[in-house]
Design a protein around this ligand. Sequence first.
Ligand SMILES: [Zn+2]
Length: 373
Amino acid sequence: MPKTDLHVHLDGSIRIDTIVDLAKKQGVALPTTDRDELFKLIYAGDVCESLEDYLKAFNITLSVMQTRDSLVRTAYELCEDAWAEGVRYIEVRYSPILHTHGGLGLADIVEAVLEGLRMAKRDFGIRYGVILCGIRSMTPETSVRMAELCLAYKSRHVVGFDLAGAEVNNPAKTHRDAFRLILKNNINCTAHAGEAYGPESIAQAIHYCGAHRIGHGTRLRENGDLLNYVNDHRIPLEICVSSNLQTKAVTGWHSHPVDFYVDYGLRVTINTDNRLVTDTTVSKELWLCHKQFGWDLDRIKNVVVAGWKSAFLPHREKVDVLKEVAAELATIEAPANGRHAEATRHQGDFDGAGSIATEPEPVHDQPTTDITR
Ligand SMILES: [Zn+2]
């Protein structure tokens, strides 16, 4: 399927072999040069205890991402990996301030990542945008500097601003000045919220910071009023289920709210967060939703379409792209093992040879490409 990945961190999605190779070239000392051992140190898996714990892996990845060449390469390879699993539009996010330790200037950093993305577009045809992140635990002035970079690169594929990092004790409203600058300049913004903190954090992101999308929103269900506001205003949720399991935002698949969110009609998008640290792809996340929640093909198509609708692309462009995506999705048919087939079979078990059991299941989730929904 022609998919999107709207929430993916460059520094969490580097290939493990690239870390080893870059470390060797740059003379950077890694905790181990054995790729399997290194993967164990980085991969969050079940051993990760919290978001703060999860973020420790980035000390390793960032140690080799301080040169121009490494940024060009990792941006290119991320697109190559995403393209290989059918992602046609990617919004790559990172915080330039975290890549200055080798002496690179902020503009050099942004240029290097853009070069890698441009090369990937030339070679594969992947569409892309860049989201620059402020970091919650850094000063508000740093976030303003990241916002200023968004302004400078607005016409060159930097499509949005984000606030990332440790959520507890670092409220979004502290970084309000950065968001104000972004909004005054008609730039899109999103914020990680409701991942490691409650719905108050989501409310702040929306009402104090003007976030147009919410990163995660895992704890939105704890406030029904806010949940309805998000639904009524079609504020997209950038859901990253496996990542949420690892940061212990939820205790397991069956306590994750994504199935309820989709049922309730929220604008849900499925994303990777960190392809290396979480060891995932968009296809894997969708497959897991199918396995864990019984999502059938229609529902998955709807979620894929929601990704395109939620992209930080110009509206007119999106209308055209959605037509192409809808036409392509229409050619994909369900295998006989989807939820509808299951339901019909079970009904048949109870109803014997009754005629109702052989009636086709009503289709509730017709994919809609109507942009207003
Ligand atoms: Zn994230």
